[in-house]
Design a protein around this ligand. Sequence first.
Ligand SMILES: Cc1ncc(COP(=O)(O)O)c(C=O)c1O
Length: 389
Amino acid sequence: MKTIYLDHAATTPVDPQVIETMIPYFSTYFGNASSLHSYGRDAYDALEESRKQVAELIKARKQEIIFTAGGTESDNIAIKGVAYQNKQKRQTKGPHIITSTIEHAAVLEVCKHLQTQGYKIEYLPVDTEGIVNTTELENTISKDTFLITIMTANNEIGTIQPIEKIGRIAHDHDVLFHTDAVQAIGKMNLDMAKNKVDLLSISSHKIYGPKGVGALYIREGVRIEPLIHGGGHERGLRSSTENIPGITGLGKACELAAQRMEKDTIYLKKLRDQLIKGLLEIEESFLNGHPTKRLVNNAHFRFTGIEGESLVLGLNDKGVAAATGSACSSKKLQSSHVLTAIGIDPIHAHGSLRLTLGRENTADEIAYVIKVLPEIVDHLRTMSPLWNR
Ligand SMILES: Cc1ncc(COP(=O)(O)O)c(C=O)c1O
C-alpha cells in the first residue's frame, strides 16, 4: 500500500541533496575541525560554510550562530544560559522570566526546572486561537524581568505569534527575547537584521535535515553562561567535537529552505487550504488555531464524539501517517496543554487530529485523505457513546 506522510511537524524525511552533502564527511573528510592538518582544515571549512548557510536563512551574521544537538538543547542553552548569566553577574534585575502556556516541553520543562532554583516564571495565557496578548505581556513586565521566551509558531495548532511586536516590547523594557522557531524555520521569513530577537532556536530534522543537530542564534553582544564545559568549541558556549556530517546536513537544509521558501509556501498553503476546506465539510468538525496566522503546512482539527487516537489508527490502516497533537505528547493520554490553553474542554480535545504537510505531498494525496477521513469519522461515531448521546 502506498503511504502518505502527513506528520511533518514531528519530523521530515532527509532531503536527498542533504544526504549527498553529508556523506563525504563520514569518510573522506572525517577530520576533527580543531585539528591543524588538512583533514582538520577540511572539516573546519565545512563547519564554517554550514554556519554561513544557517545565518543566511535568518539574515543573521555567521558569528551569531552556534551549533547544538537539536531544538531542545538550543532552548536549554538559551534560557538557562541567560538565566545563569543574569544571576552570576548579579545584575540589577531579579529572577523573573515571562513565557506562554503553549510552549513546547523543551521550554516549559526548562522553566519548571528554573522555578525550583528560585526563578519566578509568568505563564501568559493565549486567546482561543492561540495568540499571546501583547498588551498583557507588556503589563506583566516588571523591573525584575530579564527574559521573555515565546515561540514563533506552535507545534500543535500552528498559530504564529506576533514576534516582531514582542521583540519591540522586550527591547523597549531592556529585556532579552528568546524565541523557539523550531516549527517556523523554513516556513516563514525570519529576519534577525530587522526583528528584535536576541536568541532563536533551530532544529534540523524539521526542515529536511538529519536528527540530533540544531543551532542557536545569539545576537552579537548578548552574553550567556555555557551549560556544557570542555574544550571550548562553539566560542566556548557548547563544548564537544562538532558533528560535522550533521552540521553540513543542517547547513544544506537551510540553504535549500532559503531557495525554496517562496515556492514551497505557495504550494503548501494551497494544499493546506484544500485539506481544511475538504475536512470542514464533515459534520461537527472544527479547525483549531488561527484561521490565517498559522503555519503554511499545519491543519489541526477536532471532531466531536470521537478520539484522536482512533482516528490516527484508522488513518494508518488506510496508509496515512497523522498525529493527534504533538509527537511528544501523543503517547500520553492526557489532554494537550495547548488545546486546554485555547479553551477546548478535555472531551473535545481528545477528538483532535494534526495533519502537517511537506514538500513531497501532492494534491492527489490530499484528495485521498478528504475521501477516506469522513468514512473513518462516520465509522467511529457509530460506535461512540459520546456521539450517540
Ligand atoms: C516547537 C518545538 N521546540 C522544540 C522541539 C524540540 O526539537 P528537537 O527534537 O530537535 O530537540 C520541537 C520538536 O518537536 C518543537 O516542535
